[in-house]
Write a protein that binds this ligand. Structure first.
Ligand SMILES: Cc1cc2nc3c(=O)[nH]c(=O)nc-3n(C[C@H](O)[C@H](O)[C@H](O)COP(=O)(O)O)c2cc1C
Length: 246
């Protein structure tokens, strides 16, 4: 196995970090890697806001529901949908941008943001750093928008904590790969058995790492997916001018 595959197949989220800062040289390399990521139509409609200031990270932690690792990790990178940038180009071309009012717009930006997130993760892990993505910035997207100074046609989609690892974690098991990879045609016939097996596996994992509050995959999703857990996404995105009615 080569080094890139080894790093990718060793991914685990890290939520405990040393005080040691991440050097500018490391951070520049990580961001340069994500800057090269593919982007649909070469739109480059993603921007990053790097937050290193401890007081601002503490405010992000508060907005994200009090996640202590955002305070501990010395670097937080917010991944922002940026149809403000593209609007400038569209206007320059004498046209009126409409894509930000569509499902396609939010979808394509979410895909590009995900590629940026994944690239940041691999780059950071290749330097021995630990990371954890933070979707909970969507808990209070208006607060994040204000904190980051985001203009209309932008939206804070996801963040990433980065830092030197203090307490490492074992790999979190995944559902059987047969419930992930389908050959030629989609086939859900093995799902029920894979879910049963995984519910047992994940409970064993929680026990192994001493997490008495750990729930099965099914119960976890049952608790979270029975509601729209970040209900502010739609209204705040709409206030930012990002609609999904086209
Ligand atoms: C888009 C995205 C958002 C996430 N948001 C959070 C978050 O807000 N807080 C957190 O602690 N972990 C968050 N995670 C980490 C997941 O919980 C983690 O990836 C998952 O449990 C699998 O564990 P692993 O990364 O250690 O393999 C997020 C992961 C992704 C990909």
């Amino acid at each position: 196995m080569n080094e890139t595959l080894r790093i990718q197949q060793s991914h685990r989220s890290i939520r405990d970090y040393q005080d040691t800062p991440v050097s500018d040289a490391m951070l520049d390399q990580i961001i340069a890697a994500a800057h090269r990521a593919p982007t649909s139509m070469n739109a480059q409609e993603i921007s990053l806001v790097v937050v290193r200031d401890a007081e601002r990270r503490a405010r992000i932690a508060g907005l994200s529901g009090g996640q202590a690792w955002i305070v501990k990790a010395p670097v937080f990178i917010a991944i922002v949908i940026d149809f403000h940038k593209t609007d400038l180009g569209v206007r320059k071309a004498g046209q009126t941008q409409l894509i930000h009012e569509s499902m396609e717009g939010f979808g394509v930006a979410a895909v590009d943001a995900g590629i940026v997130l994944g690239t940041l993760i691999t780059a950071a892990e290749s330097l021995g750093l630990g990371v954890v993505p933070i979707g909970s910035i969507r808990r209070n997207p208006q607060g994040m928008t204000d904190l980051l100074g985001l203009p209309p046609l932008t939206f804070p989609l996801v963040g990433l904590c980065l830092g030197h690892i203090k307490d490492d974690m074992p790999l979190k098991p995944r559902m059987d790969i047969g419930a992930f990879r389908h050959n030629e045609r989609y086939d859900a016939s093995g799902y029920a058995a894979a879910i049963d097996a995984y519910d047992t596996t994940i409970m064993d994992y929680w026990q192994k790492i001493g997490r008495s509050d750990g729930t099965s995959w099914s119960d976890n999703l049952g608790n979270n997916y029975k509601t729209v857990y970040f209900p502010q996404v739609r209204p705040v995105a709409a206030m930012q001018g990002l609609l999904n009615d086209k």
